[in-house]
Design a protein around this ligand. Structure first.
Ligand code: SAM
Length: 434
């Protein structure tokens, strides 16, 4: 039986798709990248915001046509949308055959086989323990960089966020299986590992905390670059900063979602820090690792956000000047505390204009941060040939900046010293030092 898998959403979903591929391939299913040849089409979905969700529903309507042409074709939704809407999806989308949540992928082969009786199948149970410990992901890895999930779910219960309901509570993965996967990736020729979790620094296995796991990984695969995301701001500890500073193979980049620059809004969001505390965290990081990059997630138009709150966000962004940010307009998600108890009272047009303002501001900050590299020499991992011009390579430094430089005989996948000559708004331009 041939399966076709399409992935939406965050890195965690990309990783989960690898898990799904691994499980299905092991059970004798065959992967196809041609939708028309598939016997079952699976969409690994995201429900964090309204926009990606709409995109998935539109896609489903298109895929429905294939079912008309090929009667035995099965269609399934897996991932966050499955746990968000549960069996209501069957009512909404009559042509759907299967609904499977992020903690039930091990059951997929069995569930798919049951579909042969033309019955609809659903499993949206959430687990207390990590269920994929011994599954080595397979299938959709890209380039030189590989994701490794170290923990799943979230216990923070931010009032805007659907994650604790769609992915369940925090569960960390056995460090032995993480280390095994790191070694395997190294043997396969990967150069970089990105450790994934909703809050990587909430990792906890028996007595092991995140900084200890990170140190173990850095020692186990010293020739691989290690990145991690996402960090919850108030979980950044001195011990973690010491480990990041000590090991040259750990990248000097922190992804710290600020969400809002107004302490009043942060408190409504049930974030565990004030704006002043966030600034102190940044100060502590920069004191220990001055040449690091800090990126963020910022939202506009959360419930009751006033122009004064928005100005505060602008003020804090100007103070910190993040290297880059992912920016969103707030969308109310059914099931969250904010959906039930707070007023989503900022007009959509205002959410958008505030969003556009912070996007413009962030662009200028990203440019400012990039320009700070001009004249420095950076170690760059050559990741490939530039899509714009075949005469150039592109790669990234340890801060996660993209650097483009003239191609020579150096191999893709090797590390080279590159002198930074200039910067565009998004990319550094350099030359390899012989
Ligand atoms: N663990 C992260 C944290 O510390 O909040 C959350 C990761 S979430 C998958 C990615 C980002 O999506 C969040 O940081 C937030 O900015 C954004 N987001 C989450 N819920 C949202 C909502 N209801 N509307 C708009 N953006 C949202």
């Amino acid at each position: 039986m041939k399966f076709y898998l399409e992935t939406y959403g965050c890195q965690m979903n990309i990783y989960d798709s690898e898990i799904i591929c691994s499980i299905l391939l092991k059970s004798g299913f065959i992967k196809t990248s041609n939708l028309k040849k598939a016997d079952i089409i699976l969409l690994n979905t995201c429900s964090i915001r309204e926009k990606p969700e709409k995109k998935i529903f539109n896609r489903l309507i298109k895929i429905k046509c294939f079912k008309k042409k090929k009667k035995q074709l099965k269609l399934g939704i897996v991932g966050c949308l499955a746990t968000h809407y549960k069996k209501k999806l069957f009512e909404k989308l009559k042509f759907l055959d299967l609904i499977v949540g992020p903690d039930s992928y091990k059951q997929l082969p069995e569930i798919i086989n049951k579909l042969k009786n033309n019955k609809k199948e659903i499993d949206v149970s959430l687990a207390k323990k990590e269920r994929y410990t011994n599954i080595i992901p397979n299938g959709v890895r890209h380039g030189l960089s590989a994701f490794i999930s170290i923990m799943r779910g979230c216990d923070n219960l931010c009032t805007f966020c659907i994650v604790p309901y769609t992915r369940g509570r925090e569960k960390s993965r056995n460090p032995n299986s993480i280390l095994k996967e790191c070694k395997l990736l190294y043997k396969k020729g990967y150069k970089e590992i990105i450790l994934l979790g909703q809050n990587v620094d909430a990792y906890f296995w028996k007595k092991m905390k995140f900084f200890q796991l990170l140190e173990l990984i850095a020692k186990t695969v010293p020739l691989m670059r290690i990145r991690f995301l996402t960090s919850y701001p108030s979980n950044i500890t001195k011990n973690l900063l010491k480990v990041v500073k000590k090991y040259t193979n750990i990248c000097k980049h922190f992804h710290l979602p600020l969400q809002s620059g107004s302490t009043r809004i942060l408190s409504l969001m049930r974030r565990k820090y004030t704006v002043e505390e966030f600034l102190l965290i940044i100060k502590r990081i920069k004191k220990i690792i001055p040449d690091c990059s800090i990126s963020s997630d910022i939202m506009t138009g959360f419930c009751t956000e006033t122009q004064a709150d928005h100005r505060e966000t602008i003020r804090i962004m100007n103070l910190i000047k993040f290297n880059f940010s992912f920016m969103f307009k707030y969308s109310s998600r059914q099931g969250t505390y904010a959906y039930r108890k707070l007023k989503d009272n900022v007009p959509n047009s205002l959410k958008i204009s505030r969003l556009n303002e912070i996007i413009r501001l962030q662009k200028s900050h990203s440019f400012y941060r990039l320009k700070q590299n001009i004249g420095t020499i950076q170690e760059v991992l050559i990741e490939g040939i530039s899509k714009q011009d075949e005469k150039y390579y592109y790669g990234r430094n340890y801060k996660n900046d993209i650097i483009v430089f003239t191609k020579n005989k150096s191999k893709i996948g090797s590390y080279k010293k590159v002198k930074i000559l200039k910067s565009t708004f998004t990319t550094l331009i350099g030359e390899i030092i012989p």
